[in-house]
Design a protein around this ligand. Structure first.
Ligand code: SF4
Ligand code: SF4
Length: 371
């Protein structure tokens, strides 16, 4: 069992209450079983052979949104999300994955995206000349959430690339990075998908890979090296870092911001995992007329919209809405007109909340509006 490697976390968390008030899911559901302590108790029983992965326990282990707030909060170095991922891989290996999980996995394998939408529709919203080129300096990897659910983010980035006269292309055969498969408990399938994509990326011989999707960024910079997959020395940047660079090099001349005030939502992979907090703030800070405000819970302790890999919103749509509503409430306390995001899955999750008091826009969209 893979959870054996996480015995120290499981043993510690089952006795501990110290992060239950920050647990994204525990706060939303009010259920003790959803907190890291609850998961510690469940996994301890499994570890000691006192329980099996029955349907209830399996359901609990697929409710965690993997936001990582517990891990950041923990003073003992425990890693509940890693223990949950190991448990999911054990559940899959035992043939006990819930039907919904198996369906998403099948869609990813068959269509290259978690929604099961036709690969031919992936880039249908991206028009204009020279989008797919044989050679370019910059490869833009859109990712499934942007391509199918938030094409306006991709349109904004293409507008910015053209304004900066960047030498860019998209990957005609783009598919998922495989990250959602890892998060659902299918490491072998995730690796196969990653190998295929890594080969396609290497073949482009681009110098820089830019993605606006933090889950994809984490896949390229952390998962692929851990799998021994090489991207051929290509520099990988999140779009916020690339936009920050274009502005610093004077290749963009933003005009007056359409938004008067904004607050930035940090996320799990870009913020907590990779510590990329300042580039999106610098981009917004360069827009004349934009008043940038900070939430109380910000940077590594920012609330999560449950975005990692985009799987939580597919598995738990009602809980996802509750989690997203809490983020919007927190952002509204700043009085800002716009909630700025750096993640397409986050934007989709927030859009599911009715009567949001702020407009939600990706940093790329806010910048593109000024050009
Ligand atoms: S992650 Fe740390 S703070 Fe949270 S329950 Fe486990 S030991 Fe306690
Ligand atoms: S990763 Fe997030 S949702 Fe999961 S246990 Fe930790 S704080 Fe709770």
């Amino acid at each position: 069992m893979l959870i054996t490697d996480h015995a120290a976390t499981i043993e510690a968390c089952r006795f501990c209450f110290m992060c239950r008030h920050v647990c994204t899911l525990g706060v939303a559901s009010g259920k003790e079983s959803d907190t890291p302590r609850g998961k510690g108790l469940i996994l301890f029983k499994i570890l000691k052979g006192h329980a099996d992965y029955g349907a209830d326990l399996v359901d609990t282990l697929y409710r965690c949104c993997l936001c990582g707030l517990c891990e950041t909060w923990c003073k003992a170095g425990c890693r509940p999300p890693a223990a949950v991922l190991a448990a999911r891989a054990d559940i899959v290996a035992q043939g006990k994955a819930p039907e919904q999980v198996r369906q998403i996995k099948e869609r990813l394998v068959q269509t290259g995206n978690p929604f099961g939408l036709p690969p031919g529709e992936r880039f249908q919203a991206l028009e204009g000349p020279n989008v797919f080129r044989e050679r370019a300096e910059v490869l833009y990897y859109a990712g499934c959430d942007t391509a199918y659910r938030q094409p306006r983010i991709a349109q904004a980035l293409l507008k910015i690339f053209r304004a900066a006269e960047a030498d860019f292309t998209l990957l005609a055969g783009e598919r998922s990075t495989g990250k959602p498969l890892s998060l659902l408990g299918y490491p072998a399938e995730a690796r196969a998908m990653a190998e295929d994509l890594a080969g396609q990326i290497r073949a482009t011989r681009c110098r820089t890979l830019v993605t606006g999707c933090p889950s994809s960024f984490d896949a390229f910079t952390r998962d692929y090296p851990a799998m021994g997959l090489d991207l051929g020395g290509i520099e990988v940047l999140h779009a916020a870092q690339y936009l920050d660079r274009l502005l610093a090099e004077g290749r963009l001349a933003p005009l007056l911001s359409a938004a008067t005030s904004a607050t930035l939502l940090d996320g799990t992979y870009l913020g907590r995992t990779h510590g990329i907090f300042d580039p999106p703030r610098r981009v917004l800070g360069k827009l004349a007329g934009l008043d940038l405000r900070e939430m109380t819970w910000t940077r590594e302790l920012a609330y999560s919209a449950g975005e990692p890999g985009g799987v939580f919103q597919l598995l738990q749509p009602e809980l996802s809405r509750q989690v997203a509503a809490r983020v919007l409430e927190e952002a509204a306390k700043t009085g800002a007109a716009v909630l700025a995001t750096t993640c397409p899955a986050t934007k989709t999750a927030l859009a599911e909340v009715e009567q949001a008091s702020l407009e939600v826009l990706d940093v790329a969209e806010i910048l593109a509006q000024t050009l």
